[in-house]
Design a protein around this ligand. Structure first.
Ligand code: ADP
Ligand code: ASP
Ligand code: MG
Length: 408
């Protein structure tokens, strides 16, 4: 009879050193001893991925993406082998597999590839032979056998996609905090652990900067309704369940506050105010591979207007280049940029049925003398771009005003 499969993902801090690896090995083995088949997904040890990226920064500003993937995928390859050895040292059978060995097939978009198919044959065979199977997170392989990576935080996606492909009963995400909190506990110490959160809310929080889960992993979990348990690898406490619906879903108006300091703002001054201009600008920028987020166009009184938008900080140089080119073509003025911004957001499913929430947010920012540079809203969130130096203060004030330190 086939056993239940559990997928467990351990993030970088959970496997940062040999001691931590041994703790992970113990936990994985204890699941195995409860007659479950265990598939483990691991990230690179500690800050390895950041260090690899920094290394490249000393060589070039514009690294070829294929080679970036060759380099970044090595981090996870170290982790899987070390963990397999830690488990085997304790007398249990274990085998490590890279994304390519498993057959995690992706498209060709190096550094942010999408998973297209996962072959399960090799994993199932290894499980049937009694192994704990350890899979490298964050990586895949194209149909031409080129190694790809799935975007930062991509091991979360590997875990969720494997849980789906294998029909796992449980998907656990182990990290360095005890679950999803009302805001980043590194910024606000009174942040509270949330017992249950909906896929929609988690997706919104992740997309707006809560680094704890990769947004695309939540998209996949939502699409296939795979509940996720986010918990700490440092304790045995229950963490947060990310699920389709929660109790009292509509009652919680604001579930969390997020902060994203990884964006930059670009402004094109004096753009001719006529039909087709925005289309030209953003077609050109998207062709250069830059994802644009919030866009604001000022009201024009003079047939000219300023257009501002945000881009991921890591794409700023690329974005400035293509913006300068298109600004010239359309007869626009100077192109300015500002790295010193932050996006502060409030998120909650209850916003669908309550009003006045955005106004309350703006009021809090005003009381704290925070100037709002841009505003965007969705059904379940409100976001403001503000000066980065005031970001932490704004997060704390919003967390307090919406009584998130008091959530049961
Ligand atoms: P891992 O290496 O396990 O993938 P990450 O560093 O990607 O871990 O994510 C965990 C971190 O996310 C936490 O240390 C925490 O500081 C940060 N974080 C940001 N927002 C939140 C939140 N709302 N709840 C929990 N953690 C958060
Ligand atoms: N190691 C990769 C990163 O740091 C993937 C992950 O940790 O999820 O982004
Ligand atoms: Mg992560």
């Amino acid at each position: 009879m086939e056993k239940d499969i559990v997928v467990q993902k351990f993030g970088g801090s959970s496997v940062a050193n040999p001691e931590r690896m041994k703790v992970v090995a113990d936990r994985v083995i204890s699941y195995k001893n409860h007659r479950q088949d265990v598939v483990v997904v691991v990230s690179a040890m500690g800050d390895t991925t950041d260090e690899l990226i920094e290394l490249v920064g000393q060589i070039t500003d514009d690294p070829p993406k294929r080679e970036m993937d060759m380099l970044m995928s090595t981090g996870e390859q170290i982790s899987i082998a070390v963990l397999a050895m830690a488990i085997r040292t304790q007398g249990h059978a274990a085998i490590s597999l890279t994304g390519a060995q498993v057959g995690i097939r992706t498209d060709k978009a190096h550094t942010r590839a999408r998973i297209q198919r996962i072959e399960t044959r090799r994993i199932k065979k290894a499980l049937a032979a009694g192994n704990i199977v350890i899979v490298a997170g964050f990586q895949g392989v194209t149909y031409d056998d080129e190694i790809t990576t799935l975007g930062r935080g991509g091991s979360d996606l590997t875990a969720v996609a494997l849980a789906k492909a294998l029909g796992a009963k449980v998907c656990e995400i182990y990290t360095d905090v005890e679950g999803i909190y009302t805001t980043d506990p590194r910024i606000e110490r009174s942040a509270r652990k949330i017992k249950q959160i909906t896929f929609d809310e988690m997706l919104e929080m992740a997309a707006l900067g809560a680094q704890v889960m990769q947004p695309r992993s939540i998209e996949v979990a939502r699409r296939y309704n795979i509940p996720l348990h986010v918990r700490s690898s440092f304790s045995k406490e229950e963490g947060t369940m990310i699920v389709k619906e929660t109790e009292k879903m509509e009652e919680v108006v604001v579930r969390g506050v997020t902060c994203n300091k990884n964006e930059a703002k670009i402004t094109i001054c004096s753009v001719p105010d006529k039909p087709g201009v925005a289309a030209k600008i953003f077609t050109e920028i998207s062709k250069s591979g830059v994802n644009v987020d919030t866009i604001v166009q000022n009201v024009s009184h003079t047939r000219q207007t300023d257009i501002s938008f945000t881009v991921p900080r890591g794409m700023l140089n690329q974005a400035i280049k293509s913006t300068n080119a298109i600004a010239k073509k359309i007869g626009g003025g100077e192109v300015l940029h500002d790295k010193n911004i932050a996006r502060i957001s409030i998120v909650g499913a209850g916003m669908r049925s309550h009003h006045g929430i955005a106004a309350k947010m703006f009021q809090v920012l005003a009381e704290n003398k925070v100037n709002i540079e841009m505003i965007t809203t969705s059904e379940i969130s409100v976001s403001c771009i503000i000066n980065q130096s005031q970001a932490d203060q704004a997060v704390k004030a919003l967390h307090k005003k919406f009584a998130l330190d008091k959530v049961a």
